[in-house]
Design a protein around this ligand. Structure first.
Ligand code: PPS
Length: 564
């Protein structure tokens, strides 16, 4: 049970013949999540698996957290494909597993093809099948395809990474490293986002208690909503790791993906760390909870993850070490265990949300909380609002005053000269980007999403996008909001000027034409305009001058920290 060193890569002499044979196999182009799993299969982080689980092993893992032979393995690892691909494959076929560029990584000899009972899998893994109550279940239903393939794999190449190559040790490499370092007790430290002083103190305390060195393994590979990009996170970890005493910790990346499955996931992470050569594994009291680091009540009972990892210690060969929460004591000027806080003690902590706010508004982040180097990395990726790009997205009827307001904003932003500015007026876009589109609902939505795409690129790169289309439908407006907010500010300005005022203005004569029956499908006349419900700013231009409207937008931007 101990030969972790043998990865699943075939002998180099077999590579060429396998590549030639694979030309005739059905290909599956693996998505990012599947590439993460394949890497851990090939490098034996998923020891003892030699491929994807067959149907019986899969059921056994769900029901008993064990393979059929009794080995503890709590999480199913199967290759999910859609019905179309599954229809082209029979048992005993060989399938070429490729990356997104078509590069051959492994050959799977299919032993099982089956449709999982997804409700059952969700219940067993997450303890609920309700996607509304558990983000992991939501993600599972949303991303995992309907047919599973099982079977042995022959690895040809580990998935290729061009970034942080020197930090991606395989289990056989870490085994070697640990013994070179003379480390007998190694404590696995599963890590996701950036860490600060508190986590260093917590991990050192756990290491002291277990009497070992720390193997810190941040997970990289898939980005979840709200996560920082992994380049930043890894750079933060690199800075953070320098704060440990010499020869006390090793930092390496892992593509083990988070599911939010609580105790079962903690046990799984422990098994994987055992495969990397760890003797111990740090477990928080809300380990792998989908709502850890948040203000929401935890989904799994506190302490359940620790109990489960501890229960299987003998069988898995890896011991549970509690990673206890600490807080900063002002009186002692040091971190103390949260459990030791007595009444009247002055203790401090900064939540993730509060940290995010301080970064956004460029506020002070005290030295007791984090390291300057880590904060600098976070600031680089998370610049304060006045350095971020943003989009002012105007919506309203033709004649509501969008273009006039847009022009004033453009001029004022140019005058400020601290960010590049682009105006995407409805008319300009219709002449260029969307020249082939009509005014059907479908084409209007497409037009708005195109504007949103351009605005999101501008925002991502630190510029200001001013958009001024009619944008009559909520769905495409919300789509843009979601896309653009990922990269910077999104300010929707609803020009609520009434249709009667717009008709009176009728600068382009479209309302007159519509009334005369010479033009069909005009917004506000015989085509709908769905008023926005959550705009940041609403302006009726029949009540204010254009300059006053612009002033309102500037006051909002200033208040929100985008300009100063
Ligand atoms: S949309 O609905 O957001 O895709 O519309 P948009 O791209 O902003 O285009 C609106 C301008 O096109 C002219 N136009 C029409 N508007 C509304 N309905 C119909 N059927 C129509 N046909 C042409 C109109 O002059 C709009 O210009 P603005 O600048 O908004 O007045």
């Amino acid at each position: 049970m101990n030969d972790y060193s043998e990865n699943l890569l075939v002998h180099f002499r077999r590579v060429e013949s396998l590549k030639n044979e694979a030309i005739n196999y059905v290909s599956v182009d693996l998505n990012k999540r599947q590439l993460c799993d394949l890497e851990l299969l090939i490098n034996r982080a998923y020891y003892p698996l030699k491929g994807y689980l067959g149907h019986l092993d899969y059921e056994s893992v769900l029901d008993h957290m064990r393979l059929q032979d009794g080995t503890v393995f709590p999480m199913p690892v199967c290759l999910d494909v859609n019905d179309k691909i599954a229809g082209q494959i029979k048992v005993n076929d060989k399938v070429a597993l490729r990356d997104q560029e078509g590069f051959l990584l492994a050959v799977l000899t299919v032993s099982d093809i089956f449709k999982p009972d997804k409700k059952k899998e969700a219940m067993k893994i997450f303890g609920t099948d309700d996607p509304d109550n558990h983000p992991g279940v939501r993600q599972f239903y949303h991303t995992v395809k309907d047919v599973y393939l099982g079977g042995m794999i022959e690895g040809i190449h580990l998935p290729v990474h061009y970034d942080f190559k020197e930090m991606r040790y395989t289990p056989s490499e870490t085994h070697r490293k640990f013994s070179q370092n003379g480390w007998r007790n190694v404590i696995g430290f599963h890590v996701e986002g950036p860490l600060h002083c508190r986590e260093k103190e917590m991990s050192l305390l756990a290491a002291r208690e277990a009497g070992g060195s720390i193997f810190m393994q941040p997970t990289v590979g898939l980005k979840h909503p709200g996560d920082l990009d992994h380049y930043t996170v890894v750079r933060c970890h690199q800075e953070f790791s320098k704060k440990y005493p010499k020869n006390m910790m090793l930092l390496s990346l892992i593509t083990l993906q988070k599911r939010g499955a609580g105790p079962r996931e903690a046990l799984w992470q422990a098994v994987v760390r055992r495969n990397y050569g760890c003797t111990h594994f740090m477990v928080t009291e809300d380990h792998a909870d989908p709502f850890d680091h948040s203000d929401i009540n935890r989904f799994y009972p506190l302490g359940a993850a620790r109990e489960l990892v501890e229960k299987y210690e003998e069988e898995t060969g890896i011991k549970m070490v509690p990673l206890n929460r600490m807080v900063y004591s002002e009186d002692k000027a040091q971190y103390i265990s949260a459990a030791d806080v007595k009444e009247g003690m002055r203790v401090k902590d900064i939540s993730r949300e509060e940290l995010k706010r301080r970064l956004e508004y460029d506020l002070e982040i005290p030295e007791w909380f984090s390291y300057r180097e880590v904060i600098n990395e976070m600031k680089y990726a998370n610049p304060p609002r006045y350095k971020q790009g943003f989009t002012v997205f105007m919506t309203g009827l033709s004649g509501a005053g969008k273009s006039t307001l847009a022009k004033i904003l453009l001029v004022k932003f140019l005058e400020m000269r601290n960010r590049p500015v682009t105006l995407l007026d409805g008319d300009i876009v219709r002449r260029n980007l969307s020249s082939e589109l009509s005014f059907s609902k479908e084409h209007r939505d497409l037009n708005i999403k195109r504007i949103g795409f351009v605005a999101s690129e501008i925002t991502k790169n630190g510029g200001i996008a001013i958009c001024a289309p009619i944008a009559p439908y909520e769905e495409s407006r919300q789509y843009n909001r979601a896309q653009i907010s990922k990269y910077g500010g999104y300010i929707e300005v609803y020009l609520s000027t009434s249709i009667s005022v717009c008709e009176q203005r009728d600068r382009k004569g479209i309302y007159a034409k519509a009334k005369a029956g010479k033009m069909k499908g005009v917004t506000g006349i015989d085509d709908p305009y769905i008023s926005p419900t959550n705009s940041e700013i609403t302006i009726d231009t029949s009540e204010v001058t254009p300059e006053e409207a612009a002033q309102e937008v500037f006051l909002y931007l200033e208040e929100q920290g985008y300009i100063r």
